[in-house]
Design a protein around this ligand. Structure first.
Ligand code: UDP
Length: 449
């Protein structure tokens, strides 16, 4: 790159979206671009973790912090209305002050921050969409949007176990947003989030090694370059992306556990257990007699409540066999030789992080893309099993043992090692994500001339 080029990133303000965007920033910076991050004040990333990026806060007027799915969609709606004009102001300043960060060549935005494309368009600045979920999920979403526009929702219960045409092996049960109760306003918003407006390319946190089929179809559909350069966390230099402080003491605890013996339990940043599930899980983990590292986010909110909910003498009973933290350094945990299984809600980041380290999974998906991701884990890659039915202590004990100490679980561990190899292949020099990143670098550089 002869001149200094600046890329402006606009992440969506949720952990599972901020993480891949900051990783993408680190990847592009390693290729010579200067990085500016325009972020909402709600769930703002910590600039101290990225001293070489420039951060520009966008006032968003988000006041409601309830983590339900519908509320998350409301938050997005608010942001898409309130951040537009300040963002435009920032871009104009950046474009006028080239000596500060270099020539602004494009804006890369999370697919759900759809106000960005309008602003870029108005300023004749190219925009690129970043998709933090996988390709199968986008195809599933489009399918459901089609059903909705043809007034086919809700579907009869009898259809739920059927395979969706053209989306084998995904079932109707796995499809996102099947409920007929989702308001039109939200559907309208989601429809926009699944198009690319006037954007000139898509960057995807996936790889041709694992999603070649869906990528080929989407490349035909979108007619713009698609750069599948994932898993981002394996392409990026080490990057601190947590919005919450990580408790590193659990690594000392892992250091003294036997190889492949520990079950890591974490439901990501949004999904949580209700009080009953929490207690049943505690009993199930105790009864399984397997060591476990358990992330309970709410523990920080109310330690007294947590203690009062747990089985009597819970902490004494688990002794050294369990470790509980409010937020773990997850990528380090999954890469630790002591970890032999991951009970996950199957967010896409968690799923990629798990397969990249060859860790088999217990899947307990809740909403959104998680059902699609879980189907990949259980039926496509065969690296995990689904926890079916209600979360009671018998079910937890049985499922944990199935993954951690059965022949079946061991087979999944072997398959997970193959997935790890695939991920390594894709990011090594000459691998498919490596090559696509070089294409992306060239593509963005050309935007400046
Ligand atoms: N994560 C973490 N520590 C934890 C729990 C989660 O660092 O204790 C990270 C995890 O590594 C992943 C992200 O939070 O990168 C969660 O994203 P994901 O897409 O899996 O789920 P979401 O939170 O969006 O539901």
């Amino acid at each position: 790159m002869s001149r200094r080029c600046c890329v402006v990133l606009v992440p969506a303000p949720f952990q599972g979206h901020i993480t891949p965007m900051l990783q993408l920033g680190a990847i592009l910076q390693s290729k010579g671009f200067s990085i500016v991050v325009a972020h909402t004040m709600y769930n703002a990333p910590d600039p101290l973790n990225h001293s070489t990026f420039t951060f520009l806060p966008l006032p968003d007027e988000v006041v409601d912090f309830d983590n339900t799915y519908m509320n998350l969609l409301n938050i997005l709606d608010t942001i898409n209305i309130n951040c537009k004009s300040r963002f435009q102001g920032y871009l104009v300043q950046l474009m006028e002050n080239v000596e500060l960060h270099g020539e602004v060549v494009c804006v890369i935005y999370d697919a759900i921050m759809n106000f960005v494309d309008d602003v870029g368009n108005g300023l004749q600045l190219p925009t690129i969409v970043m998709r933090p979920f996988n390709c199968a999920h986008l195809r599933a979403h489009r399918y459901v949007l089609g059903l909705r526009s043809e007034n086919c929702l809700p579907l009869p219960e009898s259809q739920m176990e059927e395979t969706v045409p053209d989306l084998h092996p995904f079932k109707f049960r796995d499809m996102p947003l099947l409920s007929n109760e989702i308001p039109d306003r939200i559907f309208k918003f989601l429809k926009t989030a699944h198009t690319i407006g006037s954007s000139c390319a898509i960057i995807w946190n996936t790889t041709d090694e694992i999603e070649n089929h869906h990528l080929s179809i989407l490349r035909e559909d979108f007619q713009v370059p698609i750069f599948s350069i994932g898993p981002f966390h394996k392409m990026a230099p080490p990057t601190k992306t947590s919005l919450v402080e990580e408790d590193n003491n659990c690594i000392d605890w892992l250091d003294i556990q036997a190889p492949n013996s520990v079950l890591y339990v974490s439901l990501g940043s949004i999904v949580s257990m209700d009080d009953k599930e929490l207690i049943e899980t505690a009993w199930g983990l105790i009864n399984s007699e397997q060591p476990f590292l358990w992330v309970i986010r709410d523990i920080s909110v109310n330690v007294a409540k947590f203690n009062s909910q747990m089985p009597d003498g819970f902490l004494e009973i688990i002794g050294d066999r369990g470790c509980i933290v409010k937020w773990a350094p997850q990528k380090t945990v999954l890469g630790h030789s002591a970890v032999g299984g991951f009970w996950s809600h199957c967010g896409w980041n968690s799923t990629l992080e798990s397969i990249s380290e060859g860790v088999p999974m217990i899947c307990r998906p809740d909403f959104g893309d998680q059902l699609i991701n879980a189907r990949y884990v259980t039926d496509v890659w065969n690296v995990g099993l689904k926890m079916e039915g209600i979360v009671d202590r018998e079910n937890v004990e049985k499922t944990v043992r199935r993954l951690m100490v059965s022949v079946e679980g061991n087979d999944m561990r072997k398959k997970a090692a193959e997935m790890k190899h695939k991920c390594q292949e894709s990011v090594r020099e000459g691998g498919c994500s490596f090559r696509r990143l070089n294409e992306l670098t060239e593509f963005i550089s050309m935007l400046s001339s």
